[in-house]
Design a protein around this ligand. Structure first.
Ligand code: SAH
Length: 347
């Protein structure tokens, strides 16, 4: 059982860990050693950190929690293109994450909250309700746990699992700090993408804090009438406010934003909506990523006709909007965008 009174190793930054160790009379280099075992060799327990004195390993094992999340279940998708991990504490599910195997390498898709408070009409996470935000250490554990399972480094991270990352801003940014710290996981921030429903003030804040990490925004419609229907947050932060925040973001970071546009059959996949999208984003440096909706049991939406996806894409291309269509790899195990839950589909 996990002891909640002890500090969790994954929640500490390097100076926090050094402070803890200095209370034991240990030198700061020990903290870097422990981080190397944790973030570079994916050790499963203090026992494995063989170049630490046995007494120190014992002390750490007694007075801190190394891991909080256990791997409760792994499922492999069709063709082994994806793998879904269910994490839990004391046997109870906490969150899911997904490993995606693309030709160009591995991508980890991480959850940031337990359930989600945003309530998008088309997303499986909405059915979970909202329990709490994950701590930075838990987010790191999802990721390092996947590296440990694979036995190799994973080269890309997307915060596109369950939850709204910008409603857990501090912890997500804290996790990114450690993931990109050369003493931590040491991943270039360019390879980390945070996806948000579109909270204007958080987008502007991220522009100042991201230091190279990438941004994706779930637009999913080009008119408020349509977006109101599928994303309740749009009533608070309508499209125009989101676009204006993206323009500020671009000015400050000079980076290309990805606009996610999920296509729901008969809802937002018309050519009229494509035209509106063109005028909305014209002149902006961004990439539109079209995502055909993935089915969620119990939801009455339809996938778009393949023909509609082609036409929508063509209309954007003809108007010189950069566009890609996301290939769904999570089929067969409910691991695609918007299908993550808490492992309940088997219970
Ligand atoms: N809360 C963040 C991260 C969510 S998940 C956000 O809103 O961006 C990543 C993407 O998958 C989002 O664009 C989300 O809207 C989309 N999505 C959700 N459910 C989906 C589904 N059933 N099919 C396809 N995409 C979905």
């Amino acid at each position: 059982m996990m002891d909640n009174r002890k500090p969790n190793l994954f929640d500490l930054d390097l100076s926090g860990l050094s402070d803890l160790l200095s209370l034991q009379g240990e030198k700061p280099y020990r903290a870097r050693q422990i981080w190397a075992w944790t973030f570079k060799r994916f050790a499963a327990a203090f026992d494995e950190m063989t170049d630490l004195p046995a007494s120190l390993r014992q002390y750490l094992a007694n007075s801190t929690n190394y891991r909080r999340l256990d791997l409760l279940r792994v499922q492999e998708g069709e063709g082994r293109w994806s793998k879904k991990y269910l994490w839990g504490t004391n046997g109870l599910p906490v969150c899911e994450s997904v490993l995606l195997k693309y030709a160009y390498g591995l991508t980890a898709c991480l959850s940031t909250q337990v359930g989600c408070p945003v309530g998008c009409a088309f997303c499986a996470s909405s059915g979970l309700g909202f329990q709490r935000s994950l701590q930075r250490g838990e987010i790191l554990e999802e990721f390092i746990g996947m590296c440990r399972d694979q036995g190799i480094r994973i080269g890309r991270i997307v915060f596109m699992g369950t939850g709204e990352p910008f409603l857990n801003y501090q912890e997500v940014l804290g996790a990114i700090d450690i993931l990109s710290n050369p003493h931590g996981y040491g991943l270039s921030r360019r390879r980390i993408t945070v996806s948000t429903v579109g909270i204007p003030e958080a987008i502007r804040r991220f522009a100042r804090d991201s230091r190279g990490a990438r941004l994706a925004v779930s637009l999913h419609a080009a008119s408020d009438k349509v977006r109101d229907r599928i994303i309740p947050y749009n009533r608070r932060f309508p499209i125009e406010q989101v676009i204006s925040a993206l323009k500020d973001y671009a000015l400050l970071t000079r980076q290309r934003v990805t606009v996610e546009y999920m296509l729901l059959g008969g809802v937002n996949d018309s050519l009229a909506e494509a035209e509106r999208l063109v005028s909305l984003v014209s002149g902006m440096d961004l990439l539109v990523n079209l995502i055909p909706w993935n089915e969620v049991p119990g939801l009455l939406f339809k996938r778009p006709e393949p023909q509609k996806v082609l036409e929508f894409r063509g209309r954007l291309e003809r108007n010189r909007v950069k566009v890609t269509v996301r290939r769904s790899l999570g089929g067969g195990i409910d691991a695609a965008c918007g299908q993550l839950g808490l492992g309940e589909e088997e219970r």
